[in-house]
Design a protein around this ligand. Structure first.
Ligand SMILES: CC(C)(COP(=O)(O)OP(=O)(O)OC[C@H]1O[C@@H](n2cnc3c(N)ncnc32)[C@H](O)[C@@H]1OP(=O)(O)O)[C@@H](O)C(=O)NCCC(=O)NCCS
Length: 188
C-alpha cells in the first residue's frame, strides 16, 4: 500500500465515526450528494461496517470509504462509496490505500464484484472497468459512463446485468459455502 503517511492506520468504521465520516463526505461532495443514484442504493442497503474503513492519523480521521452489500440482477455484489480524503491530505496515496483496503476486505468476505459510480480517470487507474451501457440499472439516473466495476475474481463480470437492489435473501459465495457445509453436515 503505497501512501506517504507511515503513521496512518486503517480501521473498520465504528458508530463513533459516523459524524466525522458524514463531515468528510459533505466536504468532498457537497449537498448535491443526496440526490445521486448511489445515495438511493445506500438508502436500500446501508453501509456494512466490516467492509467500511477510516484512515486515522493520530486523533484525526483523514479519510473514509464505505461499502454496502447489494445485488445486481439477483447476484451478490458490493457497492463502494462514498470514498473521500480530507483536502489537506489529498494526493498522497490515501485514496488509493483506502480503495485497496476496501477491495481486500470484500474479497476476504467472499464477495466477487465491487460496483461504484465515480470519475473514470481516477478509478480506471485502480483496476475498475466501465460496464457495458445499459447492463446495470441503478435505482435513479446515473451517467452510464461513470458506472464502474472491479472484479475480485476471474470471470466475475461475465453476464453481470440487471437492477441494483438490496441483498435480502441473496447470499455471497462465502455465505453460500457455509450454508452448503451445514447441509452436508446435517445430511452426513
Ligand atoms: C478522489 C479522492 C478520494 C482521491 O484521494 P487521494 O488521496 O487524493 O488520491 P490518491 O493520492 O490516491 O491519488 C491522487 C491522484 O489521483 C488523481 N485524482 C484525484 N481525484 C481525481 C478525479 N476525480 N479524477 C481523476 N483523477 C483524480 C490526482 O490528480 C492524483 O494524480 P497524480 O498521482 O497523477 O498526481 C480524493 O481526492 C477526494 O476525496 N476527492 C473529493 C471527492 C471527489 O472528487 N471524488 C471524485 C471521485 S468520485
Amino acid at each position: 500500500m503505497m501512501h506517504q503517511y507511515p503513521d496512518v492506520r486503517f480501521m473498520p468504521e465504528m458508530s463513533v465515526h459516523s459524524d466525522v465520516v458524514a463531515e468528510i463526505s459533505s466536504e468532498a461532495f457537497g449537498p448535491g450528494r443526496f440526490s445521486r443514484a448511489a445515495e438511493r442504493v445506500r438508502e436500500m442497503a446501508g453501509h456494512e461496517p466490516s467492509l467500511s474503513f477510516v484512515a486515522s492519523l493520530g486523533d484525526a480521521i483523514v479519510g473514509s470509504v464505505r461499502q454496502s452489500r447489494i445485488a445486481i440482477g439477483g447476484r451478490p455484489a458490493v457497492m463502494l462509496g462514498p470514498l473521500a480524503v480530507r483536502p489537506p491530505f489529498m494526493g498522497r496515496g490515501l485514496g488509493a490505500a483506502l480503495l485497496d483496503v476496501a477491495a481486500r476486505s470484500a474479497r476476504e468476505a467472499g464477495e466477487t464484484v465491487i460496483l461504484l459510480v465515480g470519475d473514470p480517470p481516477y478509478y480506471l487507474a485502480h483496476g475498475y472497468v466501465p460496464l457495458p451501457t445499459g447492463s446495470v440499472l441503478m435505482p435513479g439516473p446515473a451517467d452510464p459512463a461513470r458506472l464502474l466495476a472491479l472484479p475480485l475474481c476471474a470471470g466475475a463480470l461475465e453476464g453481470l446485468c440487471g437492477r441494483v437492489t438490496g441483498r435480502e435473501g441473496i447470499r455471497c459465495r462465502k455465505e453460500a459455502v457455509g450454508l452448503l457445509g451445514d447441509i452436508r453436515v446435517a445430511a452426513g
